[in-house]
Design a protein around this ligand. Structure first.
Ligand code: SF4
Ligand code: SF4
Length: 318
Protein backbone atom coordinates (compact mmCIF):
# COMPACT_ATOMS: atom_id res chain seq x y z
CA UNK A 1 0.00 0.00 0.00
CA UNK A 2 1.43 3.41 -0.97
CA UNK A 3 2.51 5.66 1.85
CA UNK A 4 0.18 8.66 2.19
CA UNK A 5 -0.31 11.50 4.65
CA UNK A 6 -3.62 9.98 5.62
CA UNK A 7 -2.00 6.65 6.47
CA UNK A 8 0.70 8.35 8.56
CA UNK A 9 -1.88 10.40 10.46
CA UNK A 10 -4.05 7.36 11.06
CA UNK A 11 -1.11 5.34 12.38
CA UNK A 12 0.10 8.28 14.49
CA UNK A 13 -3.32 8.50 16.14
CA UNK A 14 -3.35 4.74 16.77
CA UNK A 15 0.06 4.98 18.42
CA UNK A 16 -1.00 7.84 20.69
CA UNK A 17 -0.34 11.16 18.97
CA UNK A 18 -3.06 13.75 19.59
CA UNK A 19 -1.97 16.05 16.77
CA UNK A 20 -0.29 15.47 13.43
CA UNK A 21 0.50 17.88 10.61
CA UNK A 22 2.88 17.90 7.66
CA UNK A 23 4.94 20.88 6.50
CA UNK A 24 6.55 21.49 3.15
CA UNK A 25 10.31 21.79 3.62
CA UNK A 26 10.16 25.18 1.86
CA UNK A 27 8.72 26.66 5.06
CA UNK A 28 12.12 26.15 6.67
CA UNK A 29 13.93 28.29 4.09
CA UNK A 30 14.98 30.97 6.58
CA UNK A 31 16.32 28.59 9.25
CA UNK A 32 19.87 29.12 10.48
CA UNK A 33 22.03 26.10 9.57
CA UNK A 34 22.08 24.68 13.10
CA UNK A 35 18.25 24.56 13.07
CA UNK A 36 17.73 23.56 9.47
CA UNK A 37 16.07 20.18 8.74
CA UNK A 38 17.66 20.21 5.25
CA UNK A 39 21.05 19.97 6.92
CA UNK A 40 19.90 16.73 8.57
CA UNK A 41 18.47 15.22 5.39
CA UNK A 42 19.60 17.07 2.22
CA UNK A 43 16.84 15.52 0.09
CA UNK A 44 14.14 16.27 2.65
CA UNK A 45 10.81 17.20 1.20
CA UNK A 46 8.61 17.35 4.29
CA UNK A 47 8.63 17.62 8.07
CA UNK A 48 5.97 15.65 9.91
CA UNK A 49 4.95 17.12 13.26
CA UNK A 50 3.31 15.25 16.14
CA UNK A 51 1.74 16.68 19.30
CA UNK A 52 1.17 14.79 22.55
CA UNK A 53 -1.15 16.25 25.12
CA UNK A 54 -0.08 16.56 28.72
CA UNK A 55 -3.17 15.61 30.73
CA UNK A 56 -4.99 18.63 32.20
CA UNK A 57 -5.28 17.01 35.59
CA UNK A 58 -1.49 17.00 36.04
CA UNK A 59 -1.53 20.81 35.90
CA UNK A 60 -4.69 21.17 37.92
CA UNK A 61 -3.32 19.08 40.77
CA UNK A 62 -0.31 21.39 40.91
CA UNK A 63 -2.56 24.47 40.80
CA UNK A 64 -4.43 23.07 43.80
CA UNK A 65 -1.17 22.46 45.66
CA UNK A 66 -1.92 18.73 45.90
CA UNK A 67 0.58 16.90 43.68
CA UNK A 68 3.71 18.01 41.83
CA UNK A 69 5.80 14.96 41.09
CA UNK A 70 3.31 13.31 38.77
CA UNK A 71 3.59 16.20 36.32
CA UNK A 72 7.36 15.89 36.10
CA UNK A 73 7.34 12.13 35.98
CA UNK A 74 4.45 11.53 33.58
CA UNK A 75 3.85 14.82 31.82
CA UNK A 76 7.49 15.64 31.06
CA UNK A 77 9.93 12.78 31.56
CA UNK A 78 7.73 9.90 30.43
CA UNK A 79 6.36 11.63 27.33
CA UNK A 80 9.73 12.93 26.10
CA UNK A 81 12.04 10.17 27.24
CA UNK A 82 9.96 7.03 26.77
CA UNK A 83 6.64 7.36 25.02
CA UNK A 84 7.73 9.66 22.19
CA UNK A 85 10.88 7.67 21.47
CA UNK A 86 9.02 4.42 20.92
CA UNK A 87 6.38 6.30 18.93
CA UNK A 88 8.97 7.89 16.62
CA UNK A 89 10.77 4.62 16.00
CA UNK A 90 7.56 2.90 14.98
CA UNK A 91 6.46 5.66 12.62
CA UNK A 92 9.99 5.79 11.19
CA UNK A 93 9.87 2.04 10.51
CA UNK A 94 6.59 2.50 8.66
CA UNK A 95 8.18 5.16 6.42
CA UNK A 96 11.41 3.19 5.90
CA UNK A 97 9.47 0.08 4.92
CA UNK A 98 8.18 2.05 1.93
CA UNK A 99 11.71 2.95 0.86
CA UNK A 100 12.02 6.49 2.24
CA UNK A 101 14.17 8.09 4.92
CA UNK A 102 12.76 9.12 8.29
CA UNK A 103 15.04 11.22 10.50
CA UNK A 104 13.44 11.20 13.93
CA UNK A 105 13.65 14.39 16.01
CA UNK A 106 12.89 14.01 19.69
CA UNK A 107 13.05 16.81 22.21
CA UNK A 108 16.74 16.82 23.17
CA UNK A 109 15.92 18.67 26.36
CA UNK A 110 19.36 18.65 27.95
CA UNK A 111 21.43 19.74 24.91
CA UNK A 112 21.78 23.27 23.54
CA UNK A 113 23.25 24.19 20.16
CA UNK A 114 26.51 26.09 20.23
CA UNK A 115 25.84 29.69 21.25
CA UNK A 116 22.54 28.94 22.98
CA UNK A 117 23.22 29.91 26.59
CA UNK A 118 19.70 29.29 27.86
CA UNK A 119 18.66 26.71 30.42
CA UNK A 120 15.77 24.30 30.18
CA UNK A 121 14.19 24.72 33.62
CA UNK A 122 12.88 21.16 33.50
CA UNK A 123 16.38 19.72 33.85
CA UNK A 124 19.03 19.86 36.52
CA UNK A 125 21.31 21.40 33.93
CA UNK A 126 21.69 21.73 30.18
CA UNK A 127 24.81 21.27 28.10
CA UNK A 128 25.84 23.70 25.38
CA UNK A 129 27.69 21.94 22.55
CA UNK A 130 30.49 24.48 22.78
CA UNK A 131 33.36 22.15 21.76
CA UNK A 132 31.72 20.94 18.54
CA UNK A 133 33.26 21.91 15.20
CA UNK A 134 31.94 21.74 11.63
CA UNK A 135 33.38 18.88 9.56
CA UNK A 136 34.13 21.27 6.68
CA UNK A 137 33.90 25.01 5.96
CA UNK A 138 30.30 26.01 5.29
CA UNK A 139 28.85 23.04 7.17
CA UNK A 140 26.82 23.59 10.33
CA UNK A 141 28.30 22.81 13.71
CA UNK A 142 26.79 19.61 15.16
CA UNK A 143 24.38 18.81 16.67
CA UNK A 144 21.67 20.34 14.52
CA UNK A 145 18.59 20.81 16.69
CA UNK A 146 15.29 21.77 15.08
CA UNK A 147 13.50 24.88 16.26
CA UNK A 148 10.49 23.00 17.66
CA UNK A 149 8.08 25.97 17.96
CA UNK A 150 8.81 27.06 14.39
CA UNK A 151 8.42 23.48 13.13
CA UNK A 152 5.11 23.07 14.98
CA UNK A 153 3.76 26.25 13.41
CA UNK A 154 4.97 25.19 9.94
CA UNK A 155 3.17 21.85 10.39
CA UNK A 156 -0.05 23.71 11.22
CA UNK A 157 -0.18 22.48 14.81
CA UNK A 158 -0.30 25.83 16.61
CA UNK A 159 1.02 29.37 16.90
CA UNK A 160 4.04 30.73 18.73
CA UNK A 161 3.15 32.81 21.78
CA UNK A 162 4.81 36.01 22.91
CA UNK A 163 6.97 34.01 25.30
CA UNK A 164 8.01 31.57 22.59
CA UNK A 165 6.03 28.42 23.36
CA UNK A 166 3.41 26.83 21.11
CA UNK A 167 -0.32 27.31 21.70
CA UNK A 168 -2.62 24.77 20.07
CA UNK A 169 -6.35 25.10 19.42
CA UNK A 170 -7.18 21.92 21.36
CA UNK A 171 -4.74 21.84 24.24
CA UNK A 172 -3.42 25.40 24.50
CA UNK A 173 0.18 25.24 25.76
CA UNK A 174 -0.20 21.78 27.33
CA UNK A 175 1.41 19.79 24.53
CA UNK A 176 4.81 18.27 23.78
CA UNK A 177 6.15 17.79 20.28
CA UNK A 178 8.25 15.49 18.11
CA UNK A 179 9.08 15.53 14.39
CA UNK A 180 10.24 13.38 11.50
CA UNK A 181 12.17 14.80 8.55
CA UNK A 182 11.50 12.74 5.45
CA UNK A 183 11.88 12.52 1.70
CA UNK A 184 8.61 10.63 1.30
CA UNK A 185 6.10 12.19 -1.15
CA UNK A 186 3.23 13.45 1.02
CA UNK A 187 0.29 15.85 1.05
CA UNK A 188 1.00 18.92 3.17
CA UNK A 189 -1.00 20.94 5.67
CA UNK A 190 -0.90 24.74 5.61
CA UNK A 191 1.18 26.48 8.28
CA UNK A 192 -0.85 27.69 11.27
CA UNK A 193 -2.45 31.02 10.40
CA UNK A 194 -2.89 33.82 12.94
CA UNK A 195 -1.87 33.74 16.57
CA UNK A 196 -3.75 32.29 19.53
CA UNK A 197 -1.66 34.47 21.85
CA UNK A 198 -3.36 37.85 22.29
CA UNK A 199 -0.63 39.30 24.51
CA UNK A 200 -2.94 39.32 27.54
CA UNK A 201 -0.02 39.09 29.99
CA UNK A 202 -1.68 36.47 32.22
CA UNK A 203 1.44 34.29 31.99
CA UNK A 204 3.61 37.23 33.10
CA UNK A 205 1.41 37.84 36.16
CA UNK A 206 1.14 34.16 37.03
CA UNK A 207 4.83 33.28 37.28
CA UNK A 208 5.65 33.30 41.00
CA UNK A 209 9.32 34.00 40.24
CA UNK A 210 8.67 36.89 37.80
CA UNK A 211 10.77 35.07 35.21
CA UNK A 212 8.75 36.40 32.26
CA UNK A 213 9.23 40.05 31.36
CA UNK A 214 6.43 42.30 30.10
CA UNK A 215 7.71 41.92 26.55
CA UNK A 216 7.54 38.13 26.79
CA UNK A 217 11.25 37.43 27.10
CA UNK A 218 12.02 34.76 29.65
CA UNK A 219 15.16 34.67 31.80
CA UNK A 220 15.49 30.91 31.71
CA UNK A 221 17.91 30.95 34.67
CA UNK A 222 15.33 32.77 36.82
CA UNK A 223 12.73 30.34 35.51
CA UNK A 224 14.92 27.41 36.56
CA UNK A 225 15.20 28.70 40.14
CA UNK A 226 11.47 29.30 40.43
CA UNK A 227 10.58 26.04 38.65
CA UNK A 228 12.39 24.01 41.33
CA UNK A 229 10.72 25.91 44.15
CA UNK A 230 12.91 28.91 44.89
CA UNK A 231 10.14 31.42 45.53
CA UNK A 232 8.09 32.72 48.44
CA UNK A 233 5.04 30.55 48.92
CA UNK A 234 6.68 27.54 47.30
CA UNK A 235 5.23 24.32 48.71
CA UNK A 236 8.54 23.08 50.14
CA UNK A 237 10.01 26.44 51.19
CA UNK A 238 10.76 26.63 54.91
CA UNK A 239 12.72 29.20 56.91
CA UNK A 240 15.77 26.94 56.77
CA UNK A 241 16.01 26.81 52.99
CA UNK A 242 18.64 29.25 51.60
CA UNK A 243 19.01 30.52 55.17
CA UNK A 244 22.65 31.55 54.70
CA UNK A 245 22.23 33.04 51.24
CA UNK A 246 22.72 36.84 51.51
CA UNK A 247 20.10 37.88 48.96
CA UNK A 248 17.50 35.34 50.10
CA UNK A 249 14.61 37.82 50.18
CA UNK A 250 15.34 39.12 46.69
CA UNK A 251 15.49 35.52 45.41
CA UNK A 252 12.22 34.51 47.05
CA UNK A 253 10.50 37.65 45.75
CA UNK A 254 11.75 37.04 42.21
CA UNK A 255 13.77 40.28 42.26
CA UNK A 256 17.23 38.81 41.74
CA UNK A 257 18.46 38.56 38.17
CA UNK A 258 20.14 35.17 37.71
CA UNK A 259 22.73 34.04 35.21
CA UNK A 260 24.20 30.60 34.60
CA UNK A 261 26.74 30.80 37.39
CA UNK A 262 24.52 32.23 40.12
CA UNK A 263 21.63 29.90 39.27
CA UNK A 264 23.79 26.77 39.18
CA UNK A 265 25.30 27.74 42.54
CA UNK A 266 21.86 27.43 44.14
CA UNK A 267 20.49 24.29 42.49
CA UNK A 268 21.71 21.84 45.14
CA UNK A 269 20.00 23.84 47.87
CA UNK A 270 16.69 23.44 46.04
CA UNK A 271 16.69 19.65 45.82
CA UNK A 272 13.17 19.22 47.17
CA UNK A 273 12.16 16.25 45.04
CA UNK A 274 14.23 13.41 43.53
CA UNK A 275 15.41 13.77 39.94
CA UNK A 276 13.94 11.63 37.20
CA UNK A 277 15.92 9.98 34.42
CA UNK A 278 18.25 12.46 32.64
CA UNK A 279 17.97 14.87 35.57
CA UNK A 280 14.41 16.15 35.26
CA UNK A 281 13.63 18.19 38.36
CA UNK A 282 10.33 18.46 40.18
CA UNK A 283 8.14 21.29 38.90
CA UNK A 284 7.23 23.30 42.00
CA UNK A 285 6.13 26.47 40.21
CA UNK A 286 3.22 24.35 38.97
CA UNK A 287 3.80 25.67 35.43
CA UNK A 288 1.61 28.54 36.59
CA UNK A 289 2.32 30.42 33.35
CA UNK A 290 0.81 27.65 31.24
CA UNK A 291 -2.17 27.14 33.53
CA UNK A 292 -2.96 30.88 33.47
CA UNK A 293 -2.61 30.84 29.69
CA UNK A 294 -4.82 27.77 29.30
CA UNK A 295 -7.56 29.31 31.46
CA UNK A 296 -7.36 32.60 29.60
CA UNK A 297 -7.58 30.92 26.19
CA UNK A 298 -10.47 28.79 27.37
CA UNK A 299 -12.28 31.84 28.81
CA UNK A 300 -12.06 33.81 25.57
CA UNK A 301 -13.03 30.77 23.50
CA UNK A 302 -9.70 30.55 21.67
CA UNK A 303 -9.25 26.85 22.51
CA UNK A 304 -11.74 24.06 22.78
CA UNK A 305 -10.52 23.26 26.31
CA UNK A 306 -13.13 21.10 27.96
CA UNK A 307 -16.00 20.88 25.49
CA UNK A 308 -17.91 18.83 28.05
CA UNK A 309 -17.74 21.38 30.88
CA UNK A 310 -19.03 24.90 30.51
CA UNK A 311 -16.75 27.36 32.29
CA UNK A 312 -13.79 25.04 32.12
CA UNK A 313 -11.15 25.00 34.83
CA UNK A 314 -12.17 26.93 37.90
CA UNK A 315 -9.25 28.43 39.81
CA UNK A 316 -9.15 27.02 43.33
CA UNK A 317 -11.75 24.39 42.47
CA UNK A 318 -11.55 21.35 44.76
S1 SF4 B 1 -1.09 34.03 28.84
FE1 SF4 B 1 -0.96 32.96 26.86
S2 SF4 B 1 -2.21 34.24 25.49
FE2 SF4 B 1 -1.71 35.51 27.28
S3 SF4 B 1 0.21 36.57 26.72
FE3 SF4 B 1 0.81 34.72 27.82
S4 SF4 B 1 1.16 33.21 26.18
FE4 SF4 B 1 -0.04 34.88 25.28
S1 SF4 C 1 5.60 29.74 35.95
FE1 SF4 C 1 7.27 28.25 36.12
S2 SF4 C 1 7.69 27.52 34.02
FE2 SF4 C 1 6.47 29.42 33.89
S3 SF4 C 1 7.99 31.04 33.64
FE3 SF4 C 1 7.52 30.88 35.83
S4 SF4 C 1 9.04 29.49 36.66
FE4 SF4 C 1 9.10 29.25 34.43
Amino acid sequence: MALTSELIKQRAAELGADLCGIADIRHFGDCPPQRDPRQVLPDATYVIGFGFRVPRALYEQMARGKQYYNYTSLGVKYIDEEFVQMFLLRIAAMIENEGYDACVQRNTSNIRIQGDKTQNPELFDTYELKYAEAVAPGKPVPDIILDFPKAAQACGLGSISMKGNVLTPRFGPRVRFAFIITDAPLETDPPFEGNLCDGCGECVKACPGHAIREDGTVNTWNCSICYRGGFRGSPYMTDDVLRDVPDRDAILDGKKEFDAESARALYRQLDFLPYSINGYVGCLCGKACDTACYRHLERIGAISGRPDREGGCVPGEE
